[in-house]
Design a protein. Structure first.
Length: 478
């Protein structure tokens, strides 16, 4: 079978080689290739311009090499109730592996042709203290890069060094667009970059604070990890070999604050929405979609459901998911043009999509980074409004049970969390011991939630520990 390449693709909606690089993306994972790159592909097809992507992987090299071998092209498979649809995405012009050396990445950051930098590196990679709106000096990558600012390994150190080089060469800075699930992600990333620069070069920090745009964004597209089946399906649909093929759902959403001083791709051609305030959309998605996803991940995984679609076929668990979304919606407030009830119904349908094999274990990782904005934030608002806390307490209890690192049959599993060791240690013992130990961990439970909310969590966790997760789900749904 012929390998996917520019020569093997019979027709493209535009000539990729006729367009230069204008976007640098950091975090070359499946989500970027199912989301921002697809939207950029649509923008290039509709309006042209030098907006192809230089895509950087901070750690791995496999995807970098796979894409390099096929001219940056890859197959995107959209899987929905109406069947599977494949298309070739040509928005990525080059791939860079930072693990092999950061010089090419810094050169691209300093390149005046690069007008936008986008990021999808996951919540835990940034090393930013949300409460302090500053860097977390204890974060491994941040600590390394503060000690070795000219040889960074983390995203903040890399951005600061690249901006330093760009300023030294007299070029205006690019807009830096965070596309990770972080609350107020533009302001948060700005605080992290400026805070890091402040420790190394105060004058540079002042320049960044005054000159660099950090627009906020909200992203949404369920993208499971690619498997051998993904690659085989791509071959059946295209008659081409593509080890870098990915699959995703038909749904796509990208809400962006339109603040790009040097210009940007015409992302609206791919369905992006530009809004003066992204926060309401972000709050809706984090609390309703991501919060329910976390509930499914922990309760679903521990009750034997490998995929989200399997969890949604479990009637009692699906009822709890629906309850959680309703409770979360009550904390969101009104959004112009958005029907939250219709959004909830659409989410349930998306979660139940039988064609999407999204693993609960994949979603369960990095809980300590996700729970604060997905569960604690709406719980705080619900507490202040006198609303029912049980939906949020059940989700937290499921996470605490998951943090033990051991399934009900005794099988051990890795939490894959930056605080794994302390979480696992705190999660041992009976329900009361676990809740108290977890609540005592620094920077996790907000103080207002350390009252009656802990009692409600303890009650749910007790059932999970004594009767099992399936029984706890059934009892809660009843």
């Amino acid at each position: 079978m012929t390998r996917l390449s520019l020569n093997s693709v019979k027709a493209q909606r535009y000539d990729p080689v006729a367009h230069g690089i204008g976007v640098l993306h950091i975090g070359l994972g499946a989500f970027h290739r199912a989301h921002q790159a697809v939207c950029t592909d649509d923008a290039l097809a509709a309006h042209g311009g030098d907006w192809r992507i230089s895509a950087v992987s901070l750690r791995s090299v496999e995807t970098v090499d796979a894409l390099a071998a096929q001219d940056g092209l890859y197959t995107l498979i959209e899987r929905g109730a109406e069947g599977d649809h494949a298309r070739v995405i040509a928005a990525i012009s080059e791939t860079l592996a930072a693990a092999r050396g950061i010089a090419p990445v810094l050169d691209r950051l300093a390149d005046p042709a690069v007008k936008v930098v986008t990021l999808t590196v996951t919540e835990k990679a940034y090393g930013i203290d949300r409460a302090a709106m500053d860097i977390d000096p204890e974060h491994a990558a941040v600590a390394h890069d503060l000690a070795h600012p000219d040889a960074p390994q983390g995203v903040l150190g890399l951005l600061v060094l690249g901006l330093k080089q760009r300023r030294a060469e007299g070029h205006p800075p690019p807009a830096i667009l965070c596309c990770d699930n972080l609350p107020d992600n533009g302001a948060l990333l700005r605080a992290g970059v400026v805070g890091f620069a402040r420790r190394c070069d105060p004058e540079l920090a002042d320049w960044i604070a005054a000159e660099v745009a950090f627009p906020a964004s909200m992203v949404d597209r369920i993208t499971p990890a690619a498997t051998e089946e993904t690659v085989a399906l791509a071959a059946r649909l295209t008659d081409l070999e593509d080890p870098a093929a990915i699959e995703t759902e038909p749904f796509f959403q990208w809400v962006i604050e339109d603040h790009f001083p040097l210009g940007r791709p015409a992302w609206e051609a791919g369905g992006a929405i530009f809004a003066p305030d992204v926060a309401p959309f972000e709050r809706m998605k984090l609390r309703m979609l991501n919060g329910a996803h976390s509930l499914i991940a922990y309760a679903g995984f521990l009750s034997g459901h490998v995929y989200v679609r399997d969890a949604m076929a479990d009637a009692p668990l699906a009822a709890l998911v629906d309850r959680h979304m309703r409770a979360a919606a009550a904390t969101v407030g009104s959004l112009d043009g958005i029907d939250l009830d219709a959004y909830r119904v659409a989410l349930i349908q998306r979660f139940a999509n039988p064609a999407i094999a999204h693993q609960t274990y994949q979603i369960a990782m990095d809980g300590s980074e996700k729970i604060p904005q997905r569960i604690f934030a709406p719980a705080l608002d619900a507490l202040a409004a006198g609303q029912d806390l049980a939906p949020f307490a059940f989700a937290v209890a499921a996470w605490l049970r998951y943090a033990r690192g051991q399934a009900e049959d005794g099988t051990a599993y890795a939490l894959r969390d930056p605080r794994e060791a302390e979480l696992t240690a705190a999660a041992q013992g009976d329900a009361a011991q676990v809740v108290q130990a977890m609540a005592a961990l620094p920077g996790l439970f907000p103080d207002p939630l350390k009252g009656d909310f802990l009692t409600i969590i303890e009650e749910r966790l007790h059932v999970m520990l004594t009767d099992g997760m399936a029984a706890a789900i059934a009892a809660e749904a009843a």
